[in-house]
Design a binder for this molecule. Structure first.
Ligand SMILES: Cc1cc2nc3c(=O)[nH]c(=O)nc-3n(C[C@H](O)[C@H](O)[C@H](O)COP(=O)(O)O)c2cc1C
Length: 165
């Protein structure tokens, strides 16, 4: 199996983090992976807010259900949809998903853990993030060195998922 396929298969959602800082070059590499995600008409409608300060992490942690993850992870990346940049709601949201998956896979490939926290619009959280009027919060991704090594969650067999025609 090549390393991309291995990373796809071995990545796990990590919900418990060491407090060790993450090297800035690793964060840059993750952001670079996010930037290279595909998007409809190459509109690149994602905007990324990197939350690193203790103060902002605490503020976010108070608003988000899974507060411990956000508080303990040294970095949280918020993925926002710039509705002015997009052109079709469904495709824009699909592009955000591709961007988020790139972030998860890049983090995993660098020995880091991350977790997709799906969010519906939340004005309070958006205010903490400094989101602009036309930006909508889509995903929060805490990133840090993993403090757990969870077993794989089940996946449905291909026979249940795939039809050949
Ligand atoms: C759209 C979406 C929303 C998710 N929301 C959450 C969430 O709010 N909290 C959480 O702990 N995990 C969340 N997850 C992670 C899933 O629970 C996880 O990917 C799934 O259980 C499979 O586990 P694995 O990622 O370790 O393979 C979300 C994943 C996706 C794709």
């Amino acid at each position: 199996m090549n390393e991309v396929l291995r990373a796809i298969k071995e990545r796990r959602s990590i919900r418990s983090f060491k407090t060790d800082p993450v090297e800035p070059e690793k964060i840059e590499a993750i952001l670079e992976a996010a930037r290279w995600a595909p998007s409809g008409k190459n509109t690149q409608p994602w905007r990324l807010v990197v939350v690193e300060s203790r103060e902002k992490r605490e503020q976010l942690g108070r608003l988000v259900t899974q507060m411990d993850m956000i508080r303990t992870a040294p970095v949280t990346i918020a993925v926002l949809l710039d509705t002015q940049a997009g052109y079709d709601r469904t495709k824009d949201v699909q592009a955000i998903g591709a961007c988020a998956q790139n972030i998860l896979l890049a983090a995993h490939s660098l020995g880091l853990g991350a977790c997709w926290i799906g969010r519906v619009r939340d004005e309070q959280v958006e205010r903490v993030l400094g989101a602009r009027e036309h930006e909508e919060l889509m995903v929060l991704i805490p990133v840090g060195y993993p403090k757990e090594s969870p077993p794989p969650r089940d996946r449905k067999p291909l026979a249940e998922l795939v039809r050949r025609i």
